[in-house]
Design a protein around this ligand. Structure first.
Ligand SMILES: *Cc1c(COP(=O)(O)O)cnc(C)c1O
Ligand code: SF4
Length: 324
């Protein structure tokens, strides 16, 4: 009874959302242990208060020169296309966008026209990152319009599409969407897989379709306590991705967002996992570990320090070797 009340209360701030496809990936019905369910089921642990956790730790609001545009780096800008997703990941660092008090929105023609003008004027911006929410929640027509407009801006070299559609709703990657993607030469696809169970046979098929359409796929993974914070789970995930020609790109520490404390492993544990992975995996399969500093500090990458004195280093088998 109590649990029910809690779920209702919690859902009233950050509503539950999961697609049938995503839920079908779960191997059990234990929402406290299953690595799929844990990512989408509201949990009592989210209510633990922690003053260091905020709704917008990256302070993105301070870095928005226009509505729906986040620019924290000189040469890259993020376009917030929509606040809708196919699933609501409990640990999402932008969950403030889909908090219940917000209505659903999609970027409007006027908003996008202003952004396009800004990108034209600020020609040092080379990469436009379509994010949200999930940009694949846009209708085909809107998606085509955005991509062709960005394609026509000469100073934009790269259009990145950040989306969880491959695991959350692979059926959305229709031939029409693949056509839209292959109509542009600028597209890179940033997928988001956290566990090997998220790669179904349907997902594999869509990855092959994207490859065939000439779209490079890089993957982001969020390190999540109890879900994928083990070298074994991550090794299996990264090997599976590389076999599908998806490059593991970033492994992120979970962000200090409201209700996220129970997902955070700590940076020390993360570096231990990275060290252990690097002993086994090729550079192709190894992502870079990064944390996104609060207050708009940006992403910084960390790697284990293998120095053991001025001229001594620890080798891949854990032995100390001198290097001149
Ligand atoms: C992550 C992010 C980027 C992209 O950073 P990369 O390190 O190039 O992947 C750009 N802008 C914002 C606001 C971001 O959060
Ligand atoms: S799909 Fe991405 S934007 Fe949407 S809730 Fe999950 S992590 Fe957040």
């Amino acid at each position: 009874m109590k649990q029910k009340n809690f779920l209702f209360k919690n859902s009233s701030r950050y509503p539950f959302l999961a697609s049938p496809h995503y839920l079908s990936l779960a191997g059990s019905s234990d929402a406290d242990k299953d690595p799929i369910l844990m990512q989408v089921m509201p949990s009592r642990k989210e209510l633990r208060s922690n003053k260091k956790m905020t709704a917008d730790p990256q302070d993105e609001k301070r870095f928005m020169p226009l509505l729906k545009l986040v620019r924290r780096y000189a040469d890259r800008a993020v376009i917030l296309c929509s606040n809708e997703c196919f699933i609501h990941c409990r640990f999402c660092f932008r969950k403030r966008l889909w908090a219940k008090e917000n209505k659903k929105w999609k970027i409007s023609d006027e908003e996008f026209a202003k952004i396009a003008g800004y990108l034209r004027k600020n020609s040092e911006i080379k990469e436009a990152i379509l994010s949200g929410g999930d940009p694949l929640t846009l209708a085909d027509r809107e998606l085509r319009r955005l991509i062709s407009a960005l394609d026509n801006i000469e100073s934009i070299d790269v259009i990145r599409i950040g989306s969880r559609v491959l695991t959350a709703n692979p059926a959305r990657l229709t031939n029409k969407v693949l056509d839209i993607f292959s109509s542009s030469r600028k597209i890179w696809f940033m997928s988001h897989f956290n566990h090997y169970l998220e790669i179904s046979s349907e997902t594999e098929k869509k990855i092959r379709n994207l490859n065939a359409a000439g779209v490079l796929i890089l993957n982001h993974t969020v390190l999540l306590k109890g879900i994928n914070d083990s070298p074994e789970v991550l090794e299996k995930l990264f090997r599976k991705l590389v076999a599908l020609k998806v490059k593991p790109h970033y492994l992120f520490h979970a962000d200090p967002v409201d209700g996220n404390a129970h997902f955070m492993t700590g940076v020390d544990r993360a570096l231990e996992i990275i060290t252990s992975l690097r002993r086994k995996l090729s550079s192709l399969a190894m992502p870079v570990f990064a944390i996104d500093l609060p207050g708009g500090g940006g992403k910084i990458t960390l790697s284990p320090d293998m120095r053991r004195g001025e001229r001594h280093f620890e080798d891949v088998d854990g032995r100390i070797v001198e290097y001149f």
